[in-house]
Design a protein. Sequence first.
Length: 141
Amino acid sequence: MIRGFEILEGYDGIHLPTRKTALSAGYDLEAAEDVHVTDKRISLVPTGLRAFFPADEVLLIYLRSSLAVKHNLILANGVGVIDADYRGHIILPVISLSGEFEIKRGMRIAQGLFQKYLTVDGDIIGIGETRRGRFGSTGDF
């Protein structure tokens, strides 16, 4: 297989992401654990998943619009960017803009879209440093 999701060890009983309609672009990701989201603080929501895909693609993660509109939740980083060389756990940093919210195990919380990307002339995909970590693993800000 060249593109897909895998369930991480220790997360039995969760579902692999699927598209919910014939024309959906995104794969719905579920919470792998219950998470209490507090007002204006980042809460980390594990998905129990990792993704794999070709080197010239990226997996973009967006919070489901219903959570944003109905419950005032946002992703702390706006859009999650999962690079092809990241093989770790996909964990979502979520913030509530107005009060507390309970994310329940199995709740669909985000959508993942696989997309091709372009590089500038002379830049070669696959040339560069090797990823060694998780959040911010390509360098400090």
